[in-house]
Design a protein around this ligand. Structure first.
Ligand code: BGC
Length: 749
């Protein structure tokens, strides 16, 4: 099956902006249908459309309210027979026959589970994201789901936050590209295609900046930072045609997003021209009472609706209070009409009026071969090789016996990761299973997990794992996090390996056998100690259904790692927040600083100098953003700029040669970073502006060109105007955010 559309030419130029199609242009005939229907609706029916409930009880219970037109959308209903039955009530038994919109959190796959979004981001491959979303849409729509609450495109710079797993990491540009690709994948060529599902970029906005990395916590993102860092992925999603948006739980600078008219009306509607549905997060309207932003559900409804929310998820404050609020003149009739227009417009665009029912007899598309193949490819491209001393990987024919240890080697549920409501562990292929199945004729496998699950502190069986290690040529240690340890509300204050996993690694390393540590986790973990003890480290953000075969192929060399870190790996939790695109201090670290163990006793106050670093952790992370090794090596040479002086309307062409200098065919993720040297406000030390994947045979050299319109150097300046400021820029082309020779260019007026 062909999953992807042909890539638009603009993608070859690797630009997000030019390849976006924008909100669907207003279709006059469709708008006329919206107006006609709206004119026939009672106030109660209008308010009913603004009400989303979670599926409950039996069909009869729900039918009562559906018949009365009190519901616009239902979430968490995935039984196709029930979906059809409920839809039949709405279409055939309610007065106006308005179809329901069935929603579900399909975050990284419906049945066929792809790597968690953070893993997909590590592929730096928008095709992976688009294809993953397309597969998810095909599977979910086959049971009646036509709306997903994804992509999650919150910029997250704090790995303590459990929801870092659900997004694309710390970088604005990477998240913009991957998020837009997901929107395209979910929504397909046209929303009206029955395999399309409406996307819902979330959480709008700033949720990832929760103070202390604790979920739901307050954020403080001033407008400039909001516009330069947090909003662009949402704007890219709007340009990709996202049909809906979800408000976030957090209050930013004292204003909960669900009551934030500036964000919802000024930015989303006016600046970006969005004409779809804005839905609250789960009860985020009435949670404004706990925030202290509304006194009661009535005020919560008032503040949400007047701020620009169209639909309320599960907390019923709209249906219960809007009639009175209108009577009192506190909410205008026109506000309600606008909200209902937005809802009906998307229902029409989805083709629900023409085609409300599922074909119950259609053959199942769940876990289709092509879906599993796409999930495997995604898992391969998402894996990051963090260390590979002495060419430990891939395992050669000299390796006759492997000891497989660790609680994640055969944990099908855990490797699926967070936000999996519909994936099944029975369909998930684990590394243990895959290695036995695919490579059992090449190596003898001794399996001794040592620990039963990641948090297991019972060290009794570690001795067995060590004994297995002693009998093997190589140890494959599968460690990490169970899926419950990341995701919503699952934050951690300590990012070391949980349970006795560190002891397990130490015990197997003590045998002197080379240890290959394979991590499966929902976030970057502080694994410096384990990295030191391992000969090789392969990091996988929870890889999903096909994680096992993907990892097996990577370990045995049938596939070559290409993933890069989409987020900085700190050495210690105390370094957080840590991200590559930070601003400079007035006293940047010189990287020759004296660290704690080298400070003389009674050292003089100023004898260490005065620069910005931690005495105990230094300045550098464990692994920087954009980092990842391969089984081969790459050489960048002959990097040239089309011009050293450019006008604001020019396009900078960066050309260079990239050579595979090793012995494996492999793919390098090339990254282009810039620095705006002096601005009307301080600018980040580096910003990713382009990336591309380049596949090379051993010895092969390719000339690569990356094009960057100067207009993409624009940022919100001291006057809060988005502009390119003339001046000097640095530019790097490299395999990660910390290497590469700096080139310079100048932008003139
Ligand atoms: C989450 C959203 C999710 C919603 C519906 C909320 O708790 O924050 O991301 O889409 O629930 O399940």
């Amino acid at each position: 099956m062909k999953l992807l559309r042909v890539w638009p030419a603009c993608l070859l130029l690797l630009t997000v902006v030019s390849c976006s199609k924008g909100p669907e242009p207003k279709d006059k005939a469709l708008e006329a249908k919206v107006e006609k229907l709206l004119s026939q609706m009672t106030l109660e029916e209008k308010i009913g459309q603004m009400n989303q409930i979670s599926s409950f009880g039996n069909i009869e219970d729900m039918s009562v309210i559906i018949k009365k037109g009190e519901i616009g959308s239902i979430l968490n209903e995935v039984d196709p027979l029930r979906v059809n039955a409920l839809q039949r009530v709405a279409v055939e038994e309610s007065r106006l026959g308005i179809p329901l919109l069935i929603a579900r959190d399909v975050i990284h796959g419906f049945k066929t589970i792809f790597p968690i979004p953070l893993g997909q981001a590590a592929s730096f491959n928008p095709e992976v994201a688009e294809e993953g979303a397309r597969v998810a849409a095909i599977e979910a729509s086959s049971v009646g789901v036509r709306w997903t609450f994804a992509p999650m495109i919150d910029i997250a710079r704090d790995p303590r936050w459990g929801r870092i797993a659900e997004g694309c990491g710390e970088d604005t540009y990477l998240t913009s590209v991957m998020g837009a690709a997901m929107v395209r994948g979910f929504q397909g060529d046209s929303l009206s295609d029955p395999t399309s599902i409406a996307a819902c970029p979330k959480h709008f906005v700033g949720y990832g900046a929760a103070e202390g990395g604790r979920d739901y916590n307050s954020t403080f993102i001033p407008e400039r930072l909001m516009r330069n860092v947090y909003l662009p992925p949402f704007e890219a999603a709007a340009r990709a045609g996202a049909a809906t948006y979800m408000t976030s739980f957090n209050d930013n600078d004292g204003i909960p997003s669900t009551g934030n008219a500036f964000i919802l009306k000024e930015v989303l509607r006016k600046e970006w021209g969005f004409d779809g549905i804005v839905v609250t997060d789960w009860a985020s309207a009435t949670e404004m009472i706990s925030h202290g932003f509304a006194a009661d559900p009535k005020e919560a409804a008032l503040r949400s609706v007047n701020a620009g929310v169209d639909m309320e998820m599960v907390s019923y404050s709209f249906v219960r209070n809007l009639p009175e609020l209108i009577k009192e003149g506190k909410v205008k009739q026109s506000t309600i009409d606008d909200a209902v227009r937005n809802i009906l417009r998307i229902k029409f665009r989805l083709g629900l009026f023409d085609n409300p029912y599922l074909d119950e007899k259609k053959p199942s598309v769940l876990y289709a071969e092509s879906h599993l193949a796409a999930a495997k490819k995604a898992a391969v491209e998402s894996a990051i090789l963090l260390k590979n001393d002495n060419h430990t990987l891939p395992l050669t024919s000299k390796v006759k016996t492997v000891a497989i240890v660790g609680p994640l080697a055969d944990a099908p549920y855990e490797q699926m990761g967070t936000w999996v409501f519909d994936g099944e562990k029975a369909h998930t292929q684990t590394p243990l299973h895959a290695i036995r199945e695919m490579y059992g004729d090449r190596v003898q496998v001794i399996y001794e997990p040592g620990l039963a699950y990641s948090r297991d502190k019972n060290t009794t069986n570690i001795i067995k794992a060590a004994a297995a290690a002693a009998r093997a040529d190589v140890v494959l240690a599968f460690v990490g996090e169970e899926s419950i340890l990341s995701g919503e509300a699952h934050c951690l204050a300590d990012l070391n390996l949980v349970g006795a996993q560190s002891e397990l690694i130490a015990a197997v390393a003590k045998t002197g056998k080379p240890v290959v540590t394979v991590v499966m986790a929902g976030r970057p973990l502080t694994i410096g100690k384990e990295v030191d003890l391992s000969a090789a480290v392969l990091y996988n953000f929870h890889p999903g259904t096909m994680g096992g075969p993907a990892i097996a192929d990577l370990l045995f060399g049938a596939a070559v790692p290409s993933g890069k870190t989409p987020v900085t790996f700190p050495k210690m939790v105390g370094q957080i927040p840590m991200y590559y695109a930070h601003n400079n201090t007035g006293r940047p670290a010189a990287r020759t600083e004296t660290l704690i163990d080298d400070i003389p006793v009674e050292a003089g106050q100023t004898s260490l100098g005065n620069t910005s670093f931690y005495l105990d952790a230094g300045f550098d992370p464990l692994f920087p953003f954009g980092y990842g090794l391969s089984y081969t090596t790459f050489e960048y040479s002959n990097i040239q700029l089309s011009s050293a002086t450019l006008n604001k309307n020019d396009v900078l062409a960066v050309t260079f040669d990239l050579q595979n200098t090793g012995t494996y065919p492999a793919t390098e993720i090339v990254q282009l970073y810039i620095q705006d040297k002096v601005g009307s406000v301080t600018r980040p030390v580096k910003e990713l502006k382009r990336f591309t994947r380049v596949a090379l045979e051993p010895g092969e050299k390719k000339a690569v060109t990356l094009e960057l319109p100067v207009s993409e150097l624009a940022f919100y300046n001291i006057d809060m105007i988005k502009t390119v400021e003339p001046g000097d820029f640095g530019l790097w082309v490299a395999g990660d955010s910390q290497t590469g020779e700096e080139l310079v260019f100048k932008v003139i007026d």
